[in-house]
Design a protein around this ligand. Structure first.
Ligand code: CDV
Length: 349
């Protein structure tokens, strides 16, 4: 039986430090309306979607830093938070689901790089994810490194990788209490969430694969040119840097979708922020064989849309990546026991 759903990435172009939040919100509402008019049931927005990518600034003023965060007291409270409420309200009016990233400030004053899945049909937050792999620095170790200050502003996510089911997307799904014995791939769609740097780590995807995820949602802000701070001594042009960053983005989205037999949607903030901070586009929808089936053509506001059949995931899940038959977890202990590299001991001369 086909399990068809219509999905979209709502890519957002340049947002400057001085861009008023109201202007960004109007653009997000236009993207939401446009994706919904195409029939999208799930619309994925980028990481820290409501503002510029603020962890690139070393704030002197604590108040300015705090102004980039949203108050989130848990449950569905983010949908009522004043700066972001219009997006959730519109999703509710349209009856579409959104997944959107934001800087989360908890009632205790903790800060996370977070995203929520909000059901426009029920008006509830069905899942919250906090970024696990927070890149960059607390203090910039050399000039130019202040563009990567996520460790300064966000704690490491503490919610793990629980997949979740979304009701109402597909008709006639199996529910708890069914008498059918083989329920794999027949219930409501199973979804997982990752934020930007997480997508580069197979360790982030496998927990979702192990929960039978059929769709993984990813929001990102990925530098083009600024990436060369990790490659000192190798000057490259803006175009080369962008291509290289896009290559790595496509590589991880395609490979990890294939290796976990799931579809994925990635949605980026992109363009030239403040006229000088280059962020790649490349928002995409990838199938469970690792093929890109839709990809952004611009580095500006754009809806990337596709109809996907989640039934296709079962091919990989029941064959080459049949985990129950082929995984060998007894051999993988090092992956969780060890953090950094431990090389084999040096050879004698
Ligand atoms: N927002 C990110 O996590 N960006 C990283 C950069 C810093 C390398 C990324 O993995 O794209």
């Amino acid at each position: 039986m086909p399990r068809l759903i219509k999905v979209a990435a709502a890519q957002i172009g340049a947002v400057h430090r001085t861009t008023p939040r109201s202007e960004t919100m109007q653009r997000m509402l236009r993207l939401l309306d446009s994706a919904a008019s195409m029939g999208a049931q799930i619309i994925v927005f980028p990481e820290t979607a409501f503002t510029t990518f603020f962890p690139r600034y070393l704030f002197e003023d604590q108040e300015e830093m705090e102004s980039y965060f949203e108050d989130d007291a848990g449950g569905s409270s983010i949908a009522e938070s004043k700066n972001v409420k219009p997006l959730f309200d519109r999703a509710r009016e349209l009856g579409v689901d959104i997944w959107v990233g934001y800087g989360e400030r908890t009632p205790e004053g903790r800060h996370f790089n977070t995203a929520v899945y909000y059901s426009g049909r029920s008006g509830e937050v069905l899942n919250k994810y906090r970024k696990t792999h927070v890149p960059g620095f607390v203090d910039p170790p050399f000039p130019g490194a202040e563009v990567h200050l996520e460790k300064r502003y966000f704690e490491t996510g503490d919610l793990g990788f629980p997949a979740f089911r979304v009701p109402g997307l597909i008709p006639d799904t199996l529910k708890e209490g069914t008498t059918e014995t083989d329920t794999q791939g027949k219930g409501d769609p199973i979804i997982g969430a990752l934020i930007c740097n997480d997508r580069r780590w197979p360790e982030s995807w496998r927990p979702y694969g192990l929960q039978g995820a059929e769709l993984v949602l990813v929001g990102f802000n990925t530098n083009g040119k600024a990436d060369d701070i990790y490659k000192p001594g190798k000057p490259i042009s803006l175009e080369e840097a962008r291509e290289e960053a896009l290559h790595h983005h496509r590589l991880v989205m395609q490979y990890n979708s294939y290796a976990n037999s799931c579809f994925s949607i990635s949605s980026g903030r992109c363009g030239m922020d403040d006229g000088k901070f280059d962020l790649i586009g490349g928002s995409s929808i990838v199938d469970s064989d690792g093929h890109i089936i839709a990809e952004a053509k611009t580095t500006d506001d754009e809806v990337v849309f596709a109809e996907i059949d989640l039934e296709e995931c079962q091919k990989g899940k029941k064959d080459i990546f049949n985990f129950a038959v082929n995984r060998q977890p007894q051999a993988y202990g090092m992956i969780t026991a060890q953090k950094g590299i431990v090389e084999p001991k040096l050879l004698s001369s």
